[in-house]
Write a protein that binds this ligand. Structure first.
Ligand SMILES: C[S@@+](CC[C@H](N)C(=O)[O-])C[C@H]1O[C@@H](n2cnc3c(N)ncnc32)[C@H](O)[C@@H]1O
Length: 209
């Protein structure tokens, strides 16, 4: 098991949900769901889904029949995401896959998910996962042409105590420009900064050409 997966196994039972659904982060989640304009009845791929904090909003946008395929390397994060899905009554609409996003192709193949997705959703994962540019490429390849990609993450280039804490507690490297690969290839690329002044988070979206 990777260092990240072990760290998240430990974190989740303690304080992940309290920290990662604070007002500003929640606002980022709300904005990225809105930015990808999900059509009801479609399929969303969520890589690094964590405890599933986005999923109630995604399910609402997906209407009565849409589905989510959600991948994470941490068993504990997935366990909590499953519990949330059961509590909210949408467990039959989410396929949870345990595994490393760097092996995304084989994880999806083994799960029988051969069709491309309508929406790709990546929140607070590209700053964490090793080899993030490759993980983005792998995930983007599973998006349909005309499909929408949404990314919400931290981006902060100055070294500071906060940066050190985020790196130590969440293994997240906020200095990675994780919006850039999408900016380079998507049509109607857009980025919003949160908060507008002294931004720490961004929400980026675009359509696959
Ligand atoms: C900061 S959390 C973000 C979770 C969720 N997307 C959210 O917005 O709350 C990062 C997640 O990435 C997962 N992760 C880290 N490395 C991974 C990898 N190589 N493959 C898949 N998931 C990974 C962790 O287990 C953790 O759940």
């Amino acid at each position: 098991m990777s260092y990240n997966a072990r760290l998240y196994d430990f974190l989740t039972s303690r304080f992940y949900d309290k920290q990662m659904d604070l007002e500003l982060v929640h606002e980022g989640r709300r904005r990225v769901v809105s930015a990808v304009n999900i059509d009801s009845g479609t399929r969303v791929l969520e890589v690094g889904c964590g405890t599933g904090l986005n999923q109630p909003m995604l399910i609402k946008a997906l209407g009565k029949t849409g589905q989510i395929v959600a991948i994470d390397a941490s068993i504990e994060m997935l366990r909590k995401a499953r519990l949330r899905a059961e509590e909210h009554g949408y467990a039959d609409r989410v396929k949870f896959i345990h595994g490393d996003a760097r092996q995304l192709d084989s994880l999806l193949k083994d799960a029988g998910e051969d069709e491309k997705f309508d929406t790709l959703f990546l929140t607070l994962i590209l700053t964490v996962v090793p080899n993030w540019r490759r993980v983005f490429e792998l995930a983007y390849a599973h998006l349909k042409i005309g499909g929408r990609c949404g990314i919400m993450d931290s981006y902060w280039t100055k070294s500071s105590l906060t940066h050190w804490l985020v790196r130590t507690l969440y293994a997240a490297d906020s200095k990675r420009p994780t919006f850039m690969p999408l900016q380079g290839i998507a049509a109607d690329y857009q980025i919003e900064l949160l908060p507008p002044k002294n931004s720490f988070f961004f929400v980026a979206s675009g359509t696959k050409r």
